[in-house]
Design a protein around this ligand. Structure first.
Ligand SMILES: O=C(CO)[C@H](O)[C@H](O)COP(=O)(O)O
Ligand SMILES: [Co+2]
Length: 218
């Protein structure tokens, strides 16, 4: 699978989201962190802002739902027209139904695992998803330090995905930067979320190119 870069607008200026999207025309996705102050101790944006973003950019939206009740909300994001909707395994009470609703509404379905959540119990769900998100920080905030302790799990996730045909994308999110992206790629990740490393840079588009080049070198 080709390397894909998904800059997170969590590190952008929330008063200038359309400009933030326009600043990275070379990105594959725009990563949107939806937080409800219950599943994680932070509050960001929800469906109305996502609907406005859809009108403001042609870059597909990669929505990462860090919310307590993804079963209730995830299908609405897919119906709104985003490209990908990811729900947390720790939050979803009916993950199979929710993942199927996301796909039925025409979006790619993603399942996210917190750093301390093992991947093995979710092997049987690989046929239900288009992307597995292995968090490399505890979710809730941008700009956190990459957790090396998660690298073996990324490798194990790659092995499981390949055993099941290799169709599922393997995304990493949290602390991904020029210093850490190669280790993620070596472990088998192919979709890279980066907030601070892109929107904290003087030239976000150049940062996207730099990250992509490092991941493709592996
Ligand atoms: O899901 C997230 C946090 O919960 C963000 O996507 C992630 O932290 C991106 O920001 P950074 O690259 O700065 O760590
Ligand atoms: Co995220």
């Amino acid at each position: 699978m080709a390397v894909q870069i998904s800059p997170s607008i969590l590190s952008a200026d929330f008063a200038r989201l359309a400009e933030a999207a326009a600043a990275i025309p070379n990105a594959d996705w725009l990563h949107v962190d939806v937080m409800d102050n219950h599943f994680v101790p932070n509050l960001t944006i929800g469906l109305p802002v996502v609907e406005s973003l859809l009108k403001a950019t042609s870059t597909p939206l990669d929505c990462h739902l860090m919310i307590e009740d993804p079963d209730r909300w995830a299908p609405a994001y897919a119906e709104a027209g985003v490209g990908s909707v990811t729900v947390h395994a720790e939050a979803a009470k009916a993950p199979i139904r929710t993942l199927r609703q996301i796909r039925a509404a025409g979006a790619r379905a993603g399942l996210a695992l917190n750093p301390a959540t093992p991947v093995e119990p979710y092997e049987d769900l690989l046929g239900e998803i288009d992307m597995l998100l292995v968090m490399t920080v505890d979710p809730g905030f941008g700009g956190q330090k990459f957790l090396d302790v998660v690298l073996p799990k990324i490798s194990r996730a790659r092995t499981l995905i390949d055993k099941h045909g290799g169709q599922v994308w393997l995304q990493v999110d949290g602390g991904v930067s020029e210093q850490t992206i190669e280790r993620c790629a070596e472990a088998g990740a192919d979709v890279f979320v980066a907030g601070n490393a892109v929107y904290g840079a003087d030239d976000p588009a150049r940062a996207v190119d730099g990250l992509r080049a490092l991941a493709e070198k592996v």
